[in-house]
Design a protein. Structure first.
Lengths: 238, 238
DNA sequence: GCAGGACGCGCACGCCGTACGCTAGGATGA
DNA sequence: TCATCCTAGCGTACGGCGTGCGCGTCCTGC
């Protein structure tokens, strides 16, 4: 028994931890995990750090979650809950909005991209299922037979995830560097210019984009590709 | 001096390590890393394990490589070297072949998908640059202005990476489980069917695919989406 | 008043990436 | 020939990781 205890005048005065409702719940753990991931990224999430943010020890988390991997799957699905299911009446408008929302979500939680990279697009979280069912329905109503609707949805989602992954990786790099996007761009520019020197088209592209607004360019490219994908699908309905 | 030395009759008989050419080179390290990654996946690559496969200690690797992260970037680019640059004369045929080769490469090295998830599509490895320049040239020759050619290439690549990511994640899961694809599918089927019960369209899709040939289905979906993307781009040339 | 279960904690194990300083041997120049 | 320096690889160590296990402590239902 350490002498420190003497600093508390009496044991009885020490506030007992209130165990009326439990300190940890699966929900609170997942929510805090998402917050930590957003702030610090995928490789800065450790069970110890997460536990201490919740005022608990690392191993206490295992009462509510089977493993770190399972926790990440729960976090993934928790984020999917943010996605709206906007039925606009027109399949193309609806799919466009879903795609934009998906991209926005990935950019808001850049670790999503890395996690999707090894979890795949098709695991069985309820929110993910809900979203798939919804979009599948929209495509079927638009006139695609179910099997093709499935392929169409997969195509759009693959595009969105693929392109957002690239952007998210860049955002993560920016966050890790501690610099602003502008500053990091300027810092890396010489190396990039050097690297593309032997490639005339890449060099020209870089020159065009110099001092450009990165996020605006990304947004434009996203919209461009999305509309091309939807054009390709729409042609099948004719 | 431990007694074990006595087991060797004479110090002089012990073969001296031949230091004419060094045991480790950056190339040999990267090549072995790719092999290890292919066999055991991203989270089973550790510097210690890699070192011991090369007959060296973990820390020796750091003479040739600044960090594990850098090593992974080098491995990424090494794999990109496999990609062919097939000029067929027709942009659509060429892009189709590049896309197929890209998918095949990702499926051959499933860890690529996870790595791309946090490295992004656009870092500066020479082989990656070479490939970008090539495809950019093909699109420009097809009639796209340079800026749009860039967007078009990004669109196709995003699609390919996105869809291959999903497949690669599945392959990784299969590999980790130690079961065959067939066996794992059968084992997971009940849970999947259960999860999908409340969603009529998903349920119908699952029922249709029961006992289907997974890799054939994936291949078909890939081709379907790829042709839709290319349709959408082709329409811009008219 | 008591049994049983739920919850959180502390400890320990075997991994990890990697910083640092050492040594043995080859290359170099006097 | 010998002193010197450089290079590649090694051993040790540090701090951190995921997580299995057994302990106390409180809440609940009888």
């Amino acid at each position: 028994m350490p002498a420190d205890d003497k600093q508390i005048p009496s044991v009885w005065a020490r506030p007992r931890p209130d165990r009326r409702q439990p300190l940890l719940t699966r929900e609170s753990i997942v929510a805090e995990a998402v917050r930590l991931l957003d702030e610090e990224g995928l490789d800065n999430l450790s069970m110890r750090r997460l536990g201490s943010r919740l005022g608990a020890g690392a191993t206490s988390l295992y009462r509510h979650v089977a493993s770190k991997d399972e926790l990440l799957e729960l976090a993934l699905d928790a984020v999917y809950e943010e996605l709206p299911l906007p039925d606009t009446g027109d399949w193309r408008t609806t799919v466009t909005e879903v795609a934009r929302a998906m991209r926005a979500t990935i950019l808001r939680h850049p670790w999503l991209a890395a996690k999707l990279g090894d979890a795949g697009l098709a695991y069985l979280g309820p929110n993910m299922l809900r979203q798939s069912e919804f979009v599948l329905g929209v495509m079927e109503d638009a006139g695609f037979p179910l099997a093709e609707a499935d392929q169409a949805v997969t195509t759009v989602m693959a595009y969105v995830v693929g392109i957002s992954t690239g952007e998210a990786a860049w955002l993560s790099t920016v966050a890790r560097s501690g610099l602003s996007e502008q500053e990091l761009t300027e810092k890396l520019w010489p190396a990039a210019e050097q690297a593309v020197q032997d490639y005339p088209r890449l060099r020209a592209r870089y020159a065009q984009q110099r001092d450009g607004d990165t996020s605006g360019v990304n947004q434009d490219t996203f919209e461009y590709g999305l509309q091309r994908v939807l054009d390709g699908l729409q042609a099948r309905l004719a």
